[in-house]
Design a protein around this ligand. Structure first.
Ligand SMILES: Nc1ccn([C@@H]2O[C@H](COP(=O)(O)OP(=O)(O)OP(=O)(O)O)[C@@H](O)[C@H]2O)c(=O)n1
Ligand SMILES: C[C@](O)(CO)[C@H](O)COP(=O)(O)O
Length: 237
């Protein structure tokens, strides 16, 4: 069990991978879809395993998951599979945080990253950690909106001012105790589509750290080719 007393805060990765991939409409959960020559989940896992900033990685799957052992062989060093995925992304993360209460210290950082974002690199992980720079409100990778934004409602279309608008990516990084408190305080799981929104509901403003288009979320079938284009490109590390 981790020493809960001395030492600098550690950084732990938490990969929620308990979704069903309904919008992908594939034969199975999209985290196991072959993207760039390997199951999509492997890309994010390998980025965390290659990062010297990450103490350990936890992957959270559905209790009924029958595919994870083929992607993450039992005993693989640096990673632990938790079988406590929930009905929503928020519940998956919340269940995992509760499961880790004996392994993680309150001040340790949790980096929550979608299994559906295969373009993550160790450099992006370092950029987030350095960009948050210990801010107690945490932070996340995000991209500023560069297109004009429209809202369509009731047959009407209107332009939404884009100044100050960002598109949230992951990882999203918070002190363990803060994130657990924020998710436990959430009253409507469906409204919490990212971890930062729960922290914002406490009145805090997580830092926005510039991300990268290669870190897109693979949601729809057309996203696979885009992700593979980025994965084929060399990265700084
Ligand atoms: N109950 C859930 C729902 C989602 N996720 C994870 O959260 C990430 C982002 O969610 P999303 O892209 O929406 O994945 P799915 O929920 O699988 O996709 P869909 O909404 O199309 O079903 C994914 O890695 C997914 O596996 C999860 O761990 N538990
Ligand atoms: C967490 C996230 O990737 C930030 O943009 C996004 O909110 C996940 O949404 P999803 O509907 O669960 O894919």
């Amino acid at each position: 069990m981790t020493d809960n007393t001395a030492g600098a805060p550690r950084h732990y990765a938490l990969i929620p991978a308990a979704g069903v991939g309904a919008r992908m409409a594939a034969d199975g959960p999209k985290q196991y879809l072959t993207v760039g020559g390997k199951p999509m989940l492997r890309h994010a896992l390998e980025a965390f395993l290659a990062s010297d900033r990450i103490a350990h990685t936890y992957i959270v799957v559905s209790p009924a998951d029958g595919q994870i052992d083929a992607v993450v062989p039992p005993g693989l060093d640096g990673v632990t599979v938790l079988r406590c995925g929930g009905a929503t992304r928020m519940e998956t993360v919340q269940n995992a945080l509760h499961a880790l209460r004996a392994q993680v210290r309150d001040g340790d950082s949790i980096l929550v990253h979608d299994a559906a974002r295969p373009g993550l690199t160790p450099a992006l992980i370092a950029r987030l950690i350095d960009g948050v720079a210990g801010d107690p409100a945490g932070g996340l990778l995000a991209l500023p909106v560069v297109d004009t934004v429209k809202r369509a409602a009731g047959g009407q279309v209107a332009t939404v001012p884009r100044d100050g608008l960002w598109l949230a990516q992951t990882p999203q990084m918070f002190p363990y105790a803060l994130l657990r408190r924020a998710l436990d305080a959430a009253t409507d799981a469906s409204a919490i589509t990212d971890d930062a929104s729960a922290v914002e509901a406490l009145g805090l403003s997580p830092r926005l750290v510039p991300g990268d288009p290669r870190n897109l979320k693979v949601t729809l079938p057309a996203d696979v080719r885009i992700a593979e284009m980025y994965l084929a490109q060399p990265t700084s590390n």
